[in-house]
Design a protein around this ligand. Structure first.
Ligand SMILES: *Cc1c(COP(=O)(O)O)cnc(C)c1O
Length: 425
């Protein structure tokens, strides 16, 4: 069988035996190293998705692979029925790293969002005396927080929620980046316990709010005694050129160059994806003790949450971000990426705009949602050796691993521009 046939065969297996839940780019990958991926035909690609920003440290980072291998030789899982020798060390490390007092360990992003909802509600009932079953959480239009039944209940994406009801109640939607709506909702809804938001909306297409939005949201939340809940699963861990999208140099010990005054500290911080460098499913909720203390034995849990592999890998993944100055690299190369591409886009008839922060960027393609120009551009990018995927039909996200070098980035910009050019009228 030729390798091309093999690609088709493998994809067919998923179609025949799997669930048809993703419209994947037709490439079958078998190896990764840093910014590069190889398919089973031996073709090499730049990865410009980074598994939705999980692989910030680059594919198969040798330090992460070593940490993983060392740990699996000793111990993989004990459950929390017993203690393992890594969890406490990881909790101390990660809380100090991000400047919070406590950490709740979990596996996937959606799970951590669910845990933060539970913490916020329980906090509301026990600390704010909200009447039983009346807690409300404010969320934003076009949010993406995961795929569980509760989380899709407050999604604005029809495909995500339609026919999956009945939906969980207790969520109020406001427009993103609309501080007046937030204020009005807080004034009229005394049972609000939290405001859950993404500092930059990733899946919605890299929507960046006004620079003052988070600060003002934080002030309003303090004023109304409501928890500010930041979902930094995609934006966190260096992606946007600072440790967190919300963060200045804050507690990150020189990870980034922003000033401490610009840091908006959330009450609950949700992390996932790159906290393990894409090596293992790891997620977390961080907050201070006066909030985390509402959870008592038996009230929350996870069989795999806080397992020793996750803990060992996550510590190493965070060390790599710091040691290799990946936040600084994301910041520097993000500026270079947008500046160079913008020159082209100014004259382009098919690319309307480019926006982003650090190495989380997106281009809006001149077509309506549901039209396949962006998809076809991504297929052509693949042919030209670069992997990216459209979000919402007409937006292409560009988010390479943060280990990408200047020369590699320039190479990628050339590929992207020449691909765009081949579609210009
Ligand atoms: C990816 C993502 C999630 C969900 O994470 P999973 O690990 O897929 O459950 C939640 N919030 C944001 C902002 C994300 O980007």
């Amino acid at each position: 069988m030729g390798t091309l046939d093999k690609t088709k065969e493998i994809i067919k297996l998923e179609r025949l035996y799997g669930v048809n839940d993703y419209k994947s780019i037709p490439v079958v990958l078998e190896r990764g190293d840093g910014v590069f991926l190889w398919d089973i035909e031996g073709k090499k690609y730049y990865d410009f998705l980074s598994a939705y920003s999980a692989v910030n440290q680059g594919h198969c980072h040798p330090r992460l692979i070593r940490a993983l291998k060392q740990q699996v030789n000793n111990l993989t899982l004990t459950s929390r029925a017993f203690h393992n020798n890594k969890l406490g060390i990881y909790m101390k490390y990660a809380t100090e790293y991000f400047g919070f007092e406590r950490l709740l360990p979990s596996n996937t992003g959606a799970e951590a969002v669910e845990a933060s909802i539970k913490i916020a509600r329980k906090w509301g009932y026990t600390k704010k005396n909200i009447p039983e079953n009346n807690a409300e959480i404010i969320v934003c239009k076009n949010n993406f927080h995961g795929r569980t039944t509760t989380i899709i209940s407050f999604s604005s994406d029809k495909a995500s929620k339609e026919n999956f009801g009945p939906h969980t109640s207790g969520f109020i939607e406001i427009p993103y980046n609309d501080i007046e709506s937030l204020k009005e909702t807080l004034e009229t809804h005394p049972n609000v316990v939290g405001f859950l938001f993404e500092p930059i909306q990733g899946e919605a297409g890299v929507n960046i709010p006004n620079p003052e939005f988070a600060r003002k949201a934080k002030d309003l939340c303090s004023q109304f005694n409501v928890l500010l809940i930041a979902d930094e699963i995609q934006t966190g861990i260096g992606r946007t050129g600072s440790l967190l999208a919300l963060c200045g140099s804050c507690n990150c010990s020189g990870h980034c160059e922003r000033q401490i005054e610009t840091y908006v500290r959330p009450d609950l911080l949700i992390l996932g994806k790159a906290i393990s460098g894409g090596t293992y499913p790891v997620s977390a909720v961080l907050c201070d003790g006066h909030i985390m203390e509402v959870i008592k034995p038996g009230q929350h849990g996870s069989t795999f949450g806080g397992n020793p592999i996750a803990c060992s890998v996550a510590i190493e993944a965070l060390e790599v971000i710091r040691d290799e100055k990946l936040t600084q690299n994301a910041r520097k190369l993000g500026i270079r990426f947008r500046k160079t591409l913008q020159h082209y886009i100014d004259k382009s008839k098919i690319v309307l705009s480019l926006r982003g922060r650090g190495l989380l960027n997106a281009a809006t393609i001149n077509n309506t949602e549901g039209c396949d120009l962006a998809w076809n551009i991504c297929l052509k990018l693949k042919e030209n050796g670069l992997l990216a995927k459209p979000t919402h039909g007409n937006i292409i996200r560009f988010s390479p691993p943060l280990v990408i070098t200047d020369t590699q980035l320039d190479d990628c910009i050339k590929i992207i521009i020449s691909t765009f050019k081949s579609f210009e009228p």
